[in-house]
Design a protein around this ligand. Structure first.
Ligand code: NAP
Length: 245
């Protein structure tokens, strides 16, 4: 499906990532940038910004119809599988095209020791031999601070601030992270394993380079399956080019 040509294009951009913000900066006053409401809300955009869920795919379909949206662009994080599935369902119901920015994942390089896991349960099992993990996969570990085994001390880096516990340090931080900064952090904290999502992109990639330098294993949470959309782009510039065309 391509955007309807009989009415002016009105884009709904689903975001919450640095790449989505780059797209949002190119949108105009007729367009809408949508955020779940977990992070910072930009105040310097030309487009409308809305914050908060739609109420599932039905709510999103109603929003698309009532706001006369002609094109939805899913530029959410590769692990935000629910909103991506909702977008495809809602677009089909509202009969508007859905495009997606699907950021390519990182690839293990020669000598890397990546241990792939599918869920929290597998992750905990893979973590058992280690003592000082660095978690870089968001807030999920915060729900498990009472379950840290006696031989482990966790460092959890995520957006939220949270009080430290006797067995964990919480680092509230937002990328991008530099190579120098990551080198300093790893040296100071003597991590023996990194726990990560395969987010792709450059903003949080430096930790993998430092893990490689220090020959540390990486426990990598597999990407969720995402639905096919009408058009997919792996690069912001290509998507913007198609949008202008
Ligand atoms: P999710 O599980 O796919 O979505 C949960 C619910 O949050 C959705 O059903 C929807 O609520 C609402 N939602 C998500 N993105 C939205 C958006 N852009 N605009 C309006 N509502 C949205 O998502 P998640 O993994 O919790 O991530 C939430 C947001 O954080 C996403 O927008 C994502 O881009 C961003 N983010 C996620 C990660 C990650 O690792 N998951 C990392 C960085 C940034 P309703 O059903 O009520 O519409």
């Amino acid at each position: 499906m391509t955007p309807a040509t009989t009415q002016p294009v009105r884009v709904l951009l689903l975001g919450g990532t640095g790449d989505a913000l780059k797209i949002a900066r190119q949108l105009g006053p007729a367009d809408v940038y949508s955020l779940a409401g977990l992070g910072k809300v930009p105040e310097d955009l030309s487009c409308e910004v809305r914050v908060g869920g739609f109420g599932g795919s039905e709510g999103l379909a109603r929003y698309i119809e009532s706001e006369k949206i002609t094109l939805v662009i899913d530029a959410t994080h590769p692990y935000a599988a629910q909103i991506s599935a909702n977008a495809v369902r809602a677009c089909a119901a509202a009969r508007v095209p859905c495009w997606a920015l699907r950021r390519p994942g990182w690839q293990a390089q020669s000598g890397d020791d990546w241990r792939m896991v599918g869920d929290w349960h597998e992750l905990v099992a893979a973590l058992a031999p280690f003592r000082r993990p660095l978690f870089t996969l968001g807030r999920e570990p915060l729900a498990h601070l009472d379950e840290i085994p006696p031989h482990q001390f966790w460092t959890v880096r995520c957006l939220e601030s949270h009080k430290d516990s006797p067995r964990a340090r919480i680092l509230a931080a937002r990328g991008p992270f530099t190579l120098e900064g990551e080198r300093a952090l790893f040296a100071l904290q003597a991590f023996d394993v990194v726990v990560s999502k395969n987010s792709g992109g450059s903003a949080t990639e430096a930790k993998l380079e430092v893990a490689r330098e220090r020959r540390l294993p990486v426990i990598m949470l597999r990407r969720p399956a995402l639905p096919a959309t009408d058009r997919e782009f792996d690069d912001v510039a290509d998507l913007l080019h198609a949008l202008r065309a």
